[in-house]
Structures are given as structure tokens and as C-alpha cells.
Design a protein around this ligand. Sequence first.
Ligand code: A3P
Length: 322
Amino acid sequence: QDEGYQKTFKNCAELVPTLPRSKGWWLDELFQYQGFWMSSFPIRGSMLINDHFKPRPTDIIVATSPKCGTTWLRALVFSIINRAAFDFNDHPLRKLNPQELVLLFEGHIHKDGSTSFLDELPSPRLLSTHIPYSLFPKRMTDDTSACRFVYICRDPKDVLVSKWHFSNKLRPKEVPPLSLEEAFDLFCKGVSHYGPFWDHVLGYWKASVESPKKVLFLTYEDVKKEPLGCVRKVAEFLGVPFSQEEENRKTVEEIVKLCSFESLSNLDVNQSVAKRSERPVSNSDFFRKGEVGDWVNHLSPEMVEKMNQITEQKLQGIGFNF
Ligand code: A3P
């Protein structure tokens, strides 16, 4: 293990026990770090990124709050930037889950006890993150040429419902399921992974307004409504717009089709329920309904009102709402 890694690791081990803590959504514990509730693993990841990561102008970071469309955006961005390299009928996305093709930044910054794993990846590096914008080092966020972020968010009511279902899949069989009421309370209090949800959205929203060349802000709802337009927008933002020839060949349509919920969720690789050794989560757990507005089937009118009020208040005056 390299020395720098050891030092950050030690700082983190000393810091985490001093942070405010709360019970999590499965049997995990969340800590409040720089204003956000996170488990100790991404806190360590964030500290390692701050201390050791060397950004490149070509780096692309897919950023999300969990359950906002990480799987979808990973698939879309991967297929946009690699469109010339693969045949759509024999595509890596047909054999691997998007999380294996677009690695989690905070999880791989210290792979195998060393911080050099990411340094050795070829450019352009495509990574995924849940870390809030304000937690990235200034050398990544202030320098317009350091790297680019593509962010996707989603109506918090759908995020809550998706997260509640997902959490109950992750909870060990021995403990009772998390009730929707409990999940709702935690979420509204901001105690959710990388939450408060609204602060996560605000950080990336502000950055996208201040630095539109650095941060592209998308919503799950917009991508559902206008997938072709959104894919073209991402390609332009990343400096690889579709040529007329690609348009004629219907490349944009191919990408949208390959990455659609129907297509990805029906692939063998994404239907697998085999438990992976390091986490009790299967590829199939990342695909549930893939719809906009499923909250109507779960939330009471009181819950809807309270959630809308929080959203209204938190996002007041910024020129964006769900
Ligand atoms: P639901 O639980 O509402 O169905 P994440 O990938 O950030 O963990 O988010 C998971 C949510 O995105 C789930 O929402 C899942 O069904 C949905 N999803 C996964 N792949 C998708 C795709 N290709 N298109 C649209 N939604 C997708």
C-alpha cells in the first residue's frame, strides 16, 4: 500500500467516529460529513479523491444521487463515447451490467490498497459518482478544463419509492422490512445516502448554471420524454456531436434503444440474481419499473404534500423544479 493512501486512510479512521451518526436504511450507519449523510466507505473515497486524484481534461464523471437513473446514464454515456468502437448487436452492454463498464469513482480510487489504479486507466476515463459537487477538490471544480460532469436527478417522490424498494432488497432477511413511513421520515430529514437529496441537486444545479461547459444537468423525466434530444445534448456537451452520417445511420436511435429499460432489463446479465460476494445486491435489483410517477401508487396525499413543500422551499427561486 502506498504511503499517501495510508495517511488518508488513517485521517479518515480518526475522523469518522467523531461525526454525527444515524442509523441507515439497511443495517448500515450513516455519518454526516461536510453537510451530507454518507456511509464510511464513500467518506474515505471522497477524502482519497481530495488527497490523491489527478484529474485530466478528458475525464467524464457521471454524477447522480442513488436511484435517480445511475444505471441508465452510465449506459447512455458509455455508448455515446464508445459508439465507434462497438457493434450495437455485439455490445459490451449486452454482456455486462453498466456498473461494471462505468466504475464507481469513490470505490476505485483506492483499489487493491493503492491509489494508482485510476492513474493507469487510458483516456478518456469514464467514471460514476454519488459524491456531492461541493465535496470535490477545487482543482476539479474550479478549473474549467479539469474534467466534466454529467448529472441526472429525478422527482424526489419517485426517488424515495425506488430507494425504499431497493433498501428492502438489501436488508438482511432477519430484520423486519423498513416501513414506507420510516423511509419517508428519514428521506425528508435528509438522512439518506448522500443526502439531503435537495442539497445534492442544488450543488450540481448551481454548478451547471455557473459552468455550463463543465456540468450538464439532466432530469430522469426529461430523458424519458425526449431521449433522442437528450442523447444529442450529452454528445454535444462531451464534444462528440453526432455527424450527419451517424444521424442517417440512426445511431442516436440505436443508443436510445439499447439503453432503454426494456432492452437492458431483459438481458441475461441483468436478470441474474446471483449474489455477489462483496455486496448482497444483484444486477437485477437495479431494474424495477423504470417509470415516471410510480409514487402515485405508494404515497399518501399527506406525504405528497409534505414532500412537495420541502422541494418547493429548498429549490425556491433557482429556476428549476420537478
Ligand atoms: P424504479 O425503482 O423507479 O423502477 P439507479 O440506477 O440510480 O440505482 O436507479 C434505479 C432506478 O432507475 C430504478 O427505478 C430502475 O428501475 C430505473 N432504471 C434502471 N435502468 C433504467 C433504464 N435503462 N431506463 C430507465 N430507468 C431505468
